[in-house]
Design a protein around this ligand. Structure first.
Ligand SMILES: NC(=O)c1ccc[n+]([C@@H]2O[C@H](COP(=O)([O-])OP(=O)(O)OC[C@H]3O[C@@H](n4cnc5c(N)ncnc54)[C@H](O)[C@@H]3O)[C@@H](O)[C@H]2O)c1
Length: 348
């Protein structure tokens, strides 16, 4: 009898401790105010909604130079502004008491090659504005995405390691590699808590791709569903590392929530994803849409793709903060097709 009472008491104490820990965690999360710059883009469209589930709608401020989706504007605050305007950025951060910034505004690889001045100016200046916010003690944490574009033609192409030859030959890649160096510098010199991932090409159904070299892997799904055919701007056997958006969003949030002491890389972590070619993804699509056909007409983006790795080694991300991939080519393809059919109101 006595043992049973003791046992029950222990259970009640443990239960109370769990509740206290849970409430403490909620209180900590509620104290965070997150600013996402670039909320109308491919990643922002999805990341804002996920972060609002965690921190609450009013604690996640979406911002972009153009309007974001209705879902974003209706589910929390939205600021339309140009991140090149440092004074306005500082005002927004003070107005909302921002503690974390996710900087997603950038000119992507293909678009930056068409406008190298804007590519360099936007990618570098927006980054230095946000780094200065942290250096001046206004915010606590930054997420800034890098890319596989930091690698170049002399980088080992297969299973590309974290630390290797980095000689990017695009304005986008040069800006991302410079950004990585600034990350490490600000972390070492000013103790800025900056976290970063070298995203592979991202594939998602909620938003359009933003002008990169891997956009074909998003466009192919839309065209397959609407017209059952697609003309690829990359050649059939061009293998590149890609990732399904839910995995990219998970990796981002997981990295940002990891204890600082676990993170050994402050420039940017390699992130592997799944490697496939236009031919391989078209064969997977054909399993769902048998009459689908693909043709190939490589353009200037082929040269960019040729300079990038085919596959990435992300062992550091796995070891340091427990990164694990969920989707492969098969599961990504069926999920994309199911969601896009629903979006275009076709029978699933
Ligand atoms: N999508 C990918 O496959 C991929 C891969 C590797 C890295 N990344 C990186 O992730 C980040 C986000 O990528 P994305 O695909 O969402 O890009 P995107 O082009 O779809 O979105 C960028 C957003 O930034 C906004 N923006 C541009 N200039 C701005 C300005 N001056 N002020 C405020 N907002 C401005 C744009 O309106 C756009 O909505 C970028 O840094 C990109 O380099 C993306």
């Amino acid at each position: 009898m006595k043992a049973k009472i003791q046992n029950d008491l222990m259970l009640i104490i443990k239960f109370k401790q769990c509740i206290m820990l849970y409430l403490y965690k909620i209180l900590l999360l509620m104290k965070e105010r997150v600013l996402i710059i670039g909320s109308s883009g491919q990643i922002g469209t999805e990341l804002v909604l996920e972060l609002r589930k965690i921190y609450g709608g009013n604690n996640v401020i979406a911002a972009d130079i153009r309007n974001s989706s209705n879902k974003i504007i209706e589910s929390g605050p939205f600021e339309k502004f140009d991140v090149m305007d440092k004074t306005k950025l500082f005002k927004i951060v003070k107005k909302y008491g921002i503690t974390q910034v996710y900087l997603l505004a950038a000119l992507l690889s293909a678009n930056a090659e068409k406008n190298i001045e804007l590519g360099w100016a936007l990618n570098m200046r927006s980054h230095s504005h946000v780094l200065d916010l942290a250096k001046e003690g206004l915010i606590k944490k930054i997420f800034w995405p890098s890319s596989i574009a930091v690698f170049g033609p002399n980088t080992p192409k297969n299973n590309t390691p974290q630390h290797t030859i980095m000689e990017p030959n695009t304005v986008y890649g040069i800006s991302k590699l410079s950004g990585e160096r600034w990350n490490e510098y600000y972390y070492n010199k000013f103790n800025v808590d900056i976290r970063s991932l070298r995203y592979p090409g991202l594939v998602g159904w909620r938003a359009k791709a933003g002008g990169g070299t891997t956009d074909y892997a998003v466009n192919i799904f839309h065209e397959a569903i609407k017209h059952a055919k697609y003309e690829s701007f990359l050649s059939e056997n061009t293998v590149l590392p890609m990732m399904y958006m839910p995995d990219a969003i998970n990796a981002t949030i997981q990295l940002m929530e990891s204890p600082a002491k676990k993170l050994k890389i402050r420039s940017s972590y390699n992130l592997a994803g799944i490697s496939f070619s236009p031919k391989e993804i078209s064969e997977e699509i054909k399993k769902h849409i048998p009459k689908f056909t693909i043709s190939y007409k490589p353009d200037f983006r082929q040269e960019i793709a040729n300079s990038w790795p085919k596959s990435i080694n992300d062992i550091n991300a796995q070891k340091d903060w427990g990164w694990k991939l969920n989707y492969n080519l098969k599961s990504m393809t069926s999920d994309m097709i199911r969601n896009l059919k629903r979006k275009y109101k076709l029978a699933v």
